[in-house]
Design a protein around this ligand. Structure first.
Ligand code: DAH
Length: 337
């Protein structure tokens, strides 16, 4: 009987057909009611007890192999539906669609990278800020009209959403001692009507450098280095006198227009220059407010809007694009930083 099992197993292994009829005949011959394997099961009781275990295993194995083989052949290529057979397994797979970073993140990361090369660290502060850090320590006296320069979202009388990242320079100076070289990127909030040039939420980067003998020349050189790294080697900068309560003297900085290369176009209103940031030497009052001896240390600070830099860099003419998250806009930006 064992011989019979072995020869049937060999037959099962060798059997091959794509003809459904032939496969069914084969099944009936082996596994049908009077099939050869079925018959072997009925004869099982005649096997001597000592051999039952080994024989049982062989017989079960034969049955499993036969069922598997029959199922396999029935689902073979010739026995598939037409639709199943038209699937082309050699077709290239669909390509991965990679996301892209938001242009504001791209520019923020680039600013961080540019300043980190000259030793600036990154610091952060809270978006909900108190009056001291956002205004008073920065030389905005209470009731001073300079507070109107920035339309503030107040939470209560002394707490507001920060209107600029200059609040972080106060925190850094309070918490550490010179030399300090840091930039502070973050979100800021102003109660402004939303337009192509303004939004109530936007991003700034504050810069602060405090040490002995820091001069206006250091400020100018640092900003020239930044402008060339960000907008290209040929970029020029221009400083115009300005006013900020926390710096003295103060200046606004323009870069040569990277669209017309200084020749004059409608983006730069034919001036050849575009404003990118405010800066100045940190007012000695501010240093003292933050516990730094102004007779020993001097420093400079600057603040820029990330959206503004991104608009100039990428030629975007409406600030609202940065907030709408329209995929057609976002997927134009690919970057590794
Ligand atoms: N905080 C100013 C603003 O939001 C920008 C600024 C100007 C920051 C001059 C500075 C600075 O640190 O020195 O408009």
């Amino acid at each position: 009987m064992l011989k019979k099992v072995e020869s049937l197993l060999a037959e099962v292994m060798a059997f091959n057909s794509q003809d459904l009829n032939a496969i069914e005949q084969f099944r009936i011959r082996l596994l049908g009611k009077k099939g050869e394997i079925t018959l072997l099961f009925t004869q099982f009781k005649e096997v001597p007890n000592a051999d039952k275990k080994a024989f049982g295993q062989e017989l079960n194995n034969l049955k499993t192999q036969a069922i598997e083989k029959i199922n396999l052949l029935k689902s073979g290529p010739a026995n598939k539906t037409e639709e199943e057979n038209t699937l082309d397994y050699s077709r290239p797979a669909e390509t991965f669609s990679l996301g892209s970073r938001h242009p504001i993140s791209i520019v923020r990361n680039e600013i961080i990278e540019i300043f980190s090369k000259i030793g600036f660290s990154v610091s952060e502060g809270p978006e909900i800020e108190d009056d001291w850090h956002n205004f008073t320590a920065l030389n905005f006296p209470e009731e001073h009209p300079a507070r109107d320069m920035q339309d503030t979202f107040f939470i209560d009388k002394h707490i507001a959403l920060r209107t600029h990242t200059s609040s972080v320079q106060v925190r850094v100076m309070e918490e550490s001692s010179p030399p300090i070289r840091t930039i502070s990127p973050g979100r800021v909030f102003r109660n402004e009507a939303i337009s192509a040039r303004a939004h109530c939420i936007f991003h700034q980067v504050e810069g602060l450098y405090i040490d002995k003998d820091v001069s206006f020349a250091d400020l100018k050189q640092t900003l020239l280095y930044f402008a060339k790294e960000m907008f290209g080697e040929k970029t020029e900068i221009r400083l115009r006198p300005s006013y900020f309560p926390f710096t003295e003297p103060s200046a606004e900085v323009d870069v040569s227009c990277n669209l017309c290369k200084g020749a004059g176009c409608n983006v730069c209103k034919n001036s050849g220059f575009l404003e990118i940031l405010g800066c100045g030497m940190v007012d000695p009052n501010v240093l003292e407010n933050c516990g730094i001896d102004s007779s020993v240390y001097t420093g400079f600070a600057f603040g820029m809007g990330i959206e503004r830099i991104a608009m100039l860099k990428f030629g975007v003419n409406d600030l609202r694009h940065f907030f709408e998250n329209d995929i057609r806009f976002l997927k134009q930006f690919r970057s590794t930083v």
